[in-house]
Design a protein around this ligand. Structure first.
Ligand SMILES: [Zn+2]
Length: 412
């Protein structure tokens, strides 16, 4: 790719501003909610998109892989795979984005109709414009620019526009990975579904997530005669302070993550007795743990049990555990993987910033790829408005990210 080619492509992309907004309008007007969110699924949005891709760009192939789901009227959850041939086919450059959105939530919190795009101050507003239509529109217009200029991508480029990301991905990327053989181990996989506002985070790893519900059982009695009961709340409070030791026991550091340590935080507290003069016989609190991938959840749990045993013996309570969420971290994409380097180079050339491979404390859809041995990365330049009222994306970021994808598709 010469500087001249790149300049031409970037100029072309600059000219697409209105068309990008138009596509965002069309997509936003079709609320693709999954059945768990009382929606009819993604079928209408998928039809609209396929049509648009065929008419406005033209691909070498556009296929739909439907995951059967009788909870939606169409009986299927569509996944679109569109391929544009490159000069070489020994690697594909994939961009995966999801078509479904989350409900708008409390409409009073919106200044505009969530399903009607509004443009103001260089931003476009509407449910889904960032999560994840920003990630659909940007690779799509990068390919449109190449196609209209008659420039072939260096490698084959694949778009995977999937269903069901917001409610577990069973009918989306999990279905594709299980039932169809579309991705290759040598491929680049970019998921533009999270990011930071300066575009410098390339997400490559995540921590394990372990939530624990801790139920402490003592014996209720009048608060004036505590010796007649067992104060479950007091015992639980002792356990909470003991859990602080987890920070010392599991003090490994990994600078890819921010924060670079595992975290063990007591969070939610369920109400116990309604009145002040009763000793509670029951206590429930929760712990949110984000654990570095090198530490096993089982190991941490065994330590928690040991600390609880001490409290049980000291106070005469019984402590029971259950876990509302437990996700062992997927293996990380190596920080020096070719996809990370190529993406960082494109980001540098477009935005003039140094993007860094990083880990985060929450799960992303890229974990499904990583568990299957694919080196997926998550990146986009967004203000992180996902799932919020007045969701927006900046037009300049839409155009910039489109350039980053075009750059990536042209790299040798
Ligand atoms: Zn998303």
């Amino acid at each position: 790719m010469t500087d001249d080619t790149l300049k031409k492509v970037f100029e072309k992309i600059d000219s697409y501003e209105e068309q990008m907004i138009e596509l965002q309008k069309g997509l936003t007007a079709i609320p693709a909610l999954g059945p768990t969110n009382d929606g009819e699924g993604e079928i209408k949005k998928a039809e609209f998109l396929k049509d648009w891709l065929e008419k406005e760009i033209g691909f070498d192939s556009i296929e739909e892989y439907d995951s059967p789901d009788d909870r939606v009227p169409s009986g299927k959850r569509p996944n679109i795979i569109a391929i544009m041939k490159g000069k070489r086919s020994d690697r594909k450059i994939w961009v995966m984005a999801h078509m479904d959105v989350v409900p708008p939530g409390d409409l009073d919190l919106w200044n505009t109709d969530p399903y009607e795009v509004k443009v103001a101050d260089g931003k476009i507003y509407g449910r889904g414009v960032e999560d994840n239509q920003h990630g659909i529109v940007t690779p799509v217009f990068a390919l449109k620019a190449l196609k209209e200029l008659g420039i072939q991508p260096e490698y084959d480029v694949g778009l995977a526009l999937v269903a069901d990301e917001e409610t577990g991905s069973e009918h989306g990327i999990q279905f594709l990975l299980k039932e169809h053989d579309v991705f290759g181990k040598n491929d680049f996989i970019i998921v533009p579904d999270a990011g930071v506002s300066d575009g410098t985070m390339i997400e490559i790893a995540e921590k394990s997530i372990y939530w624990l519900k801790v139920h402490t059982v003592g014996k209720q009695c009048h608060a004036s005669t505590p010796e007649q009961g067992i104060n479950a709340h007091k015992a639980a409070a002792h356990l909470i302070t003991r859990l602080e030791r987890l920070y010392e026991i599991y003090n490994q550091r990994d600078e890819v993550f921010d924060p670079p340590i595992s975290t063990f935080e007591p969070t939610k507290k369920e109400a116990n007795v309604p009145n002040v003069n009763t000793i509670p016989g029951d206590d429930v609190f929760y712990v949110d743990m984000r654990i570095l991938p090198e530490i096993k959840i089982d190991e941490v749990h065994a330590t928690v049990e040991k600390l609880a045993k001490e409290v049980e013996e000291e106070f005469g309570v019984t402590i029971e555990f259950s876990s509302p969420q437990r996700d062992e971290a997927a293996p990380a994409t190596p920080a020096d993987a070719p996809v990370v380097k190529a993406l960082a180079k494109a980001i540098k050339d477009v935005y003039n910033v140094e993007a860094k491979p990083m880990g985060i404390g929450g799960g992303t859809v890229a974990a499904f790829f990583r568990r299957e041995g694919f080196n997926a990365v998550v990146w986009s330049k967004i203000d992180e408005l996902a799932h919020q009222p007045n969701e927006y994306t900046k037009i300049e970021n839409m155009i910039g990210d489109t350039k980053v994808f075009a750059h990536l598709f042209l790299q040798e």
